[in-house]
Design a protein around this ligand. Structure first.
Ligand SMILES: [Zn+2]
Length: 138
């Protein structure tokens, strides 16, 4: 399964990046996936769960940001988004536009981390220390 190896390599890359932040928990991983990357989203989500299980990334959400195909047309000199990926023709003039500018991406855009909260107990203390203004007036 193609998606499983992709998922495994994402888990590996994220685990490595997250290791720079000891104690932090990975909440979400955002991916940029081009329309031509031939990735089946549902399948990748499923494989993500399998691949991340038991790893430091387990439980993190995989957010897939799909990118449309963008081609550059030499005739018009503009970049256009293609509706489908069946024909690589410029939507403006109909010329063949095989100069792919976007659509093959398969990369990690960002990783969301939850920092460990050493201040949590401190914050709770200050909250309980605060006098309740309503009670004072009564
Ligand atoms: Zn054109």
């Amino acid at each position: 399964m193609h998606e499983l190896s992709i998922a495994a390599s994402i888990v590996e890359a994220v685990t490595e990046s997250a290791s720079a932040y000891p104690g932090a928990r990975v909440i979400a991983v955002r991916l940029r996936v081009g329309a031509l990357a031939s990735v089946v989203e549902d399948s990748l989500q499923f494989c993500w769960e399998l691949a991340s299980e038991g790893s430091p990334v387990a439980g993190a959400k995989l957010v897939i940001n799909k990118l449309p195909v963008i081609v550059h047309c030499d005739a018009c000199g503009v970049d256009s988004e293609l509706e489908g990926v069946q024909s690589f023709r410029c939507p403006r003039c109909g010329e063949l536009a095989a100069d792919l500018r976007q659509g093959r991406e398969l990369e990690i855009e960002s990783i969301e981390l939850e920092e460990p909260e050493p201040n949590e107990s401190k914050r709770m203390e200050s909250e309980t220390d605060k006098p309740d203004p309503v009670e004072e007036h009564i």
